[in-house]
Design a protein around this ligand. Structure first.
Ligand code: GLN
Ligand code: ZN
Length: 758
């Protein structure tokens, strides 16, 4: 049987206590010098390498580290700097690098977007009018550093050319051939220099291969890797895919590379199936992603060893690597320090550091040196969590498993509800409202800290929050908004707030992962069956309603957003977990209604980002996602008005699913691409209530009345005025107070002007 080696694909950059973030932010604030920044980040980088070596990982990646984002690094390495930064060639300064990432006084930042189906965001390279050049050989420097400083023979990681170009913008895609020819010599040079330095292998990441790719794509891929092979025959390429099954296995294994990395965790069994069917070339290395690089749980080592052993059998003469399914960038650093968690839960966790141990255990076991004791410890930890009462709430399980028995349709169609709601609410033509949150000022955050630290009692904190609510109810009335909100002052974050009040969620102390740049998030962990315990939002909403005769809209986060922004247990399907959350939220919806809150918004900003990478799988996801939303919102009276909100404008390709939510009113973020969105309604009519954001809340600028009047005018050319609402395009929590009031005044004035002109 073949000899198996352990390998890693990438390690979190942020450091155990987010030292990385802190150093970078100090540098931005001018509190440390560039030299200090280099020193501090080098220390983190070397510590990460040392740790991987100590854990016994045989193949350690280098150049997975970054000062902000690895796609931005790739762009700067090739001199791809937007022309507005007046870059003249040569090595890119740190000032320009961070300028592209964050904007500076001269030029606006590049766009940032989600890295495949993760919550990591990369900077979109802009190829317009740039001539690619090699400004620095980053992989080479990383390789040299690891060797010289730690005697580690690292495997340099590069973002593959095809993925890089597919994620870039600003070029004519019909001329992709030409663009490839511009960059290929630079890749060749990078590899040649690495080879000259003594590197035997490189890892080239091409995650684009797990999306839907066609023959045309393969022709390009084929050409790229043939060229690299021909020009630099002395270096071996491990072509690495992750985040799912590859689309065209047979083509892929035939590529002229020496190693192929496949994800055997998020592939829904397809990669393994293909391996069974087509085998694997014996002259290539098979790098098998066996440990989940995307979640926080211990692996079921017995099950994963069985997979590995099957792979060993199927590729009997092949050198095999056992790896995480993707870079460990997407998981927190270590579970070792999570002392505050329940011990059963803590023992069942594996963050990056613990996953390295699992890789080594699996490699050893596959080589005939199974550490029975370690396997037993792991098995018992998982069994203990599975046996815990938190995971065995029979009623919850049953209800979620039988959702077809639960109501998931409103009593009547929208047509009927619309008439009833019109009578009940007596809203003006083109009603105005907001998305939910008002500015979370330093004062609001300080108050929450005082309460959390025990400096303030629960009563003191409630009193403070109520004062804020009252203040903003008064403000909203003065401004003249029609449907009010309480302002969400009691909430830190739209998922954490609910997670803390529902059963089945846990919160780590240090479970941070990088979201974008220096920004890290600490996703809740859904470890148990999710159950409603007590009303979560009723008190604040009812209090707000008691202060006004205008309707106050209740504000909840929807099941799919809660799911997509958490680390989710893997012993149940995501579908089942979403139903559990949905049924818990339904109780909140019902509690609000009973308390007299009869407009309720259920936000689903993350509905779209949960879409699978392959189009063919969209329908299935959308079907259960829509059902989950409807399970939470369908039991209310006809007159109760359900709102929802989403934060994106790419709307047309899932418009049927959005319509199927059957929300009485939806508000969408649109103002940055109002024209485009309005255009998409020329092709698709939207049959329910809809508010297209009439101004961009992401900017502190106060929009003028005229601007908003014309925005509204454009929307009304294609949307039914009877169904149209007027609102900003997202929550206002990041805005300042005075600009918020000014903007909303102008918005209400714009609505009034349009009303009289009609
Ligand atoms: N109701 C939330 C708010 O206003 C919605 C936030 C969001 O869409 N991300 O803050
Ligand atoms: Zn939003």
């Amino acid at each position: 049987m073949s000899n198996v080696r352990s390998s890693n694909l990438g390690f979190p950059r942020i450091g155990e206590k987010r030292e990385w973030k802190k150093a970078i932010e100090l540098f931005w604030a001018g509190k440390i010098q560039e030299a200090d920044l280099h020193k501090q980040l080098a220390a983190i980088r070397l510590d990460n390498l040392k740790l991987q070596k100590e854990k016994g990982v045989e193949i350690i990646p280098v150049n997975d580290f970054t000062y902000y984002d690895h796609i931005l690094d790739t762009a700067t390495m090739f001199g791809v700097i937007p022309t507005r930064f007046n870059y003249v060639g040569g090595e890119v300064s740190l000032a320009t690098y961070y300028g592209v990432a964050r904007g500076n006084t001269e030029a606006t930042a590049s766009e940032m977007t989600k890295w495949f189906n993760t919550n990591y965001h990369y900077i979109v390279p802009e190829l317009q009018n740039v001539t690619p050049q090699l400004t620095i050989n980053r992989p080479l420097l990383a390789y040299r550093e690891a060797k010289e400083q730690l005697n580690i023979e690292g495997r340099p990681v590069l973002v593959g050319l095809y993925t890089f170009l597919k994620l870039s913008k600003g070029y004519d895609t019909s001329k992709l051939d030409e663009v490839i020819e511009q960059f290929l010599p630079l890749y060749v040079q990078v590899l040649q220099e690495l080879a000259a330095e003594g590197a035997a292998w490189v890892q080239i990441d091409e995650p684009i291969l797990v999306t839907t790719v066609d023959q045309e794509d393969y022709k390009h891929i084929q050409h790229i890797y043939e060229t690299l092979q021909r020009e630099v025959p002395s270096i071996s390429v491990q072509l690495q895919t992750y985040f799912g099954a590859v689309d065209q296995y047979e083509e892929l294994v035939a590529l002229p590379v020496q190693g192929l990395g496949l994800d055997f965790v998020h592939d829904q069994g397809h990669n393994l199936e293909a391996l069974r069917k087509f085998g694997f070339p014996s002259d290539k290395v098979l790098a098998a992603g066996i440990i989940d690089g995307r979640n926080v749980w211990r692996a079921d080592l017995d099950a994963q060893l069985a997979v590995l052993q099957e792979i060993q059998q199927l590729a009997a003469d092949t050198q095999i690597l056992v790896q995480p399914s993707s870079s460990l960038l997407h998981v927190p650093v270590t579970a070792r320090t999570e002392e505050k968690l329940d011990v059963v839960l803590k023992n069942a966790l594996a963050f990056a550091e613990e996953k390295l141990e699992e890789l080594v255990l699996l490699a050893n076991a596959a080589n005939g040196h199974k550490d029975e004791q370690a396997f037993a410890v792991s098995r018992e930890a998982i069994q203990a969590l599975n046996a815990s009462p938190a995971r065995n709430r029979e009623e919850v399980r049953h209800a979620a498993a039988h959702v077809s028995e639960q109501p998931s349709n409103r009593a009547h169609d929208f047509g009927v509800r619309q008439v009833e709601q019109k009578k009940k609410w007596q809203l003006p033509f083109l009603p105005t409202t907001t998305i939910g949150s008002f500015p979370q000022t330093a004062e609001v955050r300080a108050a929450r800290q005082k309460w959390r630290k025990g400096e303030w009692s629960r009563e003191q904190y409630t009193e403070f929050v109520n004062a804020q609510i009252k203040d903003w109810i008064v403000k909203q009335e003065e401004i003249g908004i029609d449907v009010l909100v309480h302002g969400e002052f009691e909430r830190t974050d739209m998922v954490e707030f609910f997670g803390e009040k529902l059963a089945g969620f846990a919160f780590t102390s240090f479970g941070w992962v990088q979201s974008y740049g220096s920004r890290c998030v600490k996703p809740p962990v859904i470890f148990g069956d999710v159950e409603f315990l007590a009303p979560m939002t009723v008190e604040e909403t009812v209090y707000a309603q008691s202060l006004t005769d205008k309707p106050v809209k209740g504000m909840l986060t929807g099941p799919i957003t809660i799911l997509n922004w958490s680390f989710v247990r893997t012993d149940l399907s995501r579908e089942q977990v979403s139903y559990q959350i949905a049924l818990a939220l339904r109780k909140e919806v019902e509690a609000l209604e009973q308390a007299g809150i009869e407009m309720i918004q259920v936000d689903e900003p993350a509905l779209r980002e949960g879409l699978p990478l392959k189009r063919a799988e969209w329908d299935q996801y959308l079907e259960w996602a829509v059902l989950a939303f409807k399970l939470s919102t369908s039991t209310v009276k006809d007159t109760t008005q359900i709102h929802t909100h989403m934060c994106y404008c790419e709307f047309h390709d899932i418009i049927d699913s959005i319509t199927a939510l059957d929300a009485d009113v939806i508000s969408i973020e649109t103002s940055r691409s109002h024209g485009e969105l309005v255009h998409s309604f020329e092709e698709h009519t939207y049959p329910l209530g809809i508010g297209l954001g009439v101004y961009d809340i992401h900017s502190p600028r106060v929009p003028s009345v005229d601007e908003m009047v014309s925005m509204i005018g454009r929307a009304l050319q294609v949307l039914d005025p009877e169904l149209f609402w007027i609102n900003p395009d997202c929550g206002l929590k990041t805005r300042g107070e005075s600009e918020t009031v000014e903007s909303l005044k102008n918005m209400v004035e714009a609505a009034k002007q349009v009303r009289v002109s009609r």
